[in-house]
Design a protein around this ligand. Structure first.
Ligand code: CU
Length: 162
C-alpha cells in the first residue's frame, strides 16, 4: 500500500515537471503582438525555445496572417512554397522539435516591413527530445510524451526498491 502511494506521488511529480517544462509565448508580447511595429529579432533574443513549447500569433485576421516558410522563403519574404498557413488571429504553433522555424506575414509588403520571425528551438535541460530533421510539422508528436514514459519507468523502478 505504501509502495502504491509512493508510485502515485512519483508519477504526480513527473507530470508536474513535464507541465512546467513547456511554455507558451505570445509573439511580440508584452510590448507588442503580431504587428508591423515589433522588432522580432529583438523579441526572440529574450526567449529560449525548447521542444514542447508553443508560440501564439495574436492579430486581427483582417490585417495580417501567418505563413510558415523555409529559410529561403524567409530571406526572400516569399510565401510561394509555404510549409503551412494560419489565419485565425489566434494561432498556436507547437515547437515540437529542435530546429529553426521561419514565419512571416503573407500580406503584400508586411514581411518587407519587418513582419517576419525566426525561431530557434534548442534542446532543453529537462525534456531533451530527439532532434529529427528540420522538416518538422506542427502535428508531430511532442517529445514530452516519450519523456513522460521514461520518467514513469524511473518512478516505478525507484519505488520497487523501497
Ligand atoms: Cu501583416
Amino acid at each position: 500500500m505504501a509502495m502504491a502511494a509512493a508510485v502515485l506521488l512519483a508519477v504526480a511529480a513527473v507530470v508536474m515537471v513535464e507541465v512546467a517544462a513547456a511554455a507558451t509565448y505570445t509573439v511580440g508580447a508584452p510590448a507588442g503582438l503580431w504587428d508591423m511595429q515589433t522588432d522580432y529579432a529583438e523579441w526572440v533574443k529574450t526567449k529560449t525555445f525548447h521542444p514542447g513549447d508553443n508560440i501564439t500569433f495574436t492579430y486581427s485576421p483582417e490585417l495580417h496572417d501567418v505563413v510558415e516558410v523555409t529559410e529561403a522563403g524567409y530571406d526572400a519574404c516569399s510565401s510561394a512554397n509555404n510549409i503551412s498557413a494560419f489565419r485565425t488571429g489566434n494561432d498556436v504553433v507547437a515547437l515540437a522539435a529542435v530546429g529553426t522555424r521561419y514565419f512571416l506575414c503573407g500580406l503584400t509588403g508586411h514581411c518587407g516591413n519587418g513582419m517576419k520571425i525566426r525561431v530557434d528551438v534548442v534542446a532543453g535541460g529537462t525534456a531533451p527530445g530527439p532532434a529529427p530533421a528540420a522538416s518538422s510539422t506542427t502535428t508531430a508528436a511532442s517529445p514530452a510524451v516519450s519523456g513522460f514514459g521514461s520518467g514513469l519507468l524511473v518512478a516505478v523502478v525507484t519505488a520497487a526498491f523501497w
